[in-house]
Design a protein around this ligand. Structure first.
Ligand SMILES: Cc1cc2nc3c(=O)[nH]c(=O)nc-3n(C[C@H](O)[C@H](O)[C@H](O)COP(=O)(O)OP(=O)(O)OC[C@H]3O[C@@H](n4cnc5c(N)ncnc54)[C@H](O)[C@@H]3O)c2cc1C
Ligand code: FES
Length: 258
């Protein structure tokens, strides 16, 4: 069980949730928790909802999430208030590769795919040069997320579909219109976001010869490797995103099989 410290709206349908655990926990960037969002007296919705770790405070055993209300599960979650208790499983999944030193790294996030990149940026930003390319539909969604990155030393490149914040277009315009992959040699890319974005990134990375990994999303049920509902096709066979993922090598993922 975790105690809700804060569950506040950041923008239309976007929430920041912070919980604290009594027991000592250790969390790696890119891992996720499976949250039981129904109240004790009801079983609706029955299945837990997975959310990536946005931030982790080791000293206080506190974990933060940023989530968008998509349906009844996330709507139910938005009704929790400070002092409530949440039944949370985790941390789950493999997490990002974090053993980099003095490397030039790109972190590319689209929409709620930005959420797992904050903890990652804090973690690997200490020893590496980071360029963050973040995109979302509009300023209302992107600005509250980007504000968190202000206290980390990173190069930030922003885009919105409607041009209301940063460049107009998708993340592809940030990678194409800049020095990325041209004068600067990048070592590795971390990507998280909608399928079309990952599809574009995968072919761009192949063209530029940049390796990396993607954090992927699938509908999940058990969250512990038993039901196979989160299976994802890869060139190395099917992988369960809750166990072998959610982070997989970018080149192995068969995106149109997601
Ligand atoms: C490993 C992992 C980490 C995630 N991290 C985050 C996060 O940090 N922040 C965040 O906002 N969301 C995240 N998600 C997505 C989140 O789990 C879903 O949006 C949520 O479960 C939807 O539940 P719901 O009951 O509100 O919507 P539902 O009523 O179940 O569905 C509403 C709509 O959302 C779509 N949907 C539901 N689940 C998913 C999913 N897993 N992926 C894509 N579309 C889905 C459905 O197809 C439907 O169109 C993550 C998903 C995974 C698998
Ligand atoms: S959610 Fe059941 S195997 Fe992954």
């Amino acid at each position: 069980m975790a105690k809700v410290l804060s569950n506040k709206s950041l923008a239309d349908n976007i929430y920041f949730l912070k919980v604290s655990f009594k027991e000592t926990i250790n969390v790696k960037p890119g891992q996720f928790f499976n949250l039981k969002v129904c109240r004790d007296e009801s079983y609706d919705p029955l299945l837990r909802r997975p959310l990536s770790v946005f931030d982790f405070d080791l000293d206080n055993n506190e974990v933060s999430f940023i989530y968008e209300i998509k349906g009844r599960g996330t709507r139910a979650l938005s009704n929790y208030i400070k002092g409530d208790f949440l039944d949370i499983h985790g941390p789950l999944g493999n997490g990002f590769t974090v053993d980099f030193n003095n490397k030039k790294l790109i972190l590319a996030g689209g929409g709620m795919g930005i959420a797992p990149l904050y903890f990652l940026a804090k973690y690997i930003g200490v020893n590496n040069d980071l360029t963050l390319c973040l995109g979302a539909a509009n300023k209302g969604v992107l600005k509250p997320l980007v504000d968190y990155f202000a206290n980390i030393v990173v190069e930030l490149k922003l885009s919105t579909d409607d041009g209301s914040f940063g460049s107009q277009g998708t993340i592809s315009c940030l990678l194409n219109n800049s020095s990325l992959g041209k004068e600067v040699e990048y070592d590795y890319l971390f990507g998280c976001g909608p399928k079309p974005m990952l599809e574009w990134l995968q072919s761009w990375m192949r063209e530029e010869g940049i390796s990396g990994e993607f954090s992927l999303e699938e509908r999940m049920a058990c969250g512990n490797g038993l039901c196979l509902s989160c299976s994802c096709k890869t060139t190395d066979g099917n992988k369960r995103l809750c166990k072998e993922g959610p982070v997989l090598p970018a080149d192995e993922v068969i995106i149109n099989g997601l």
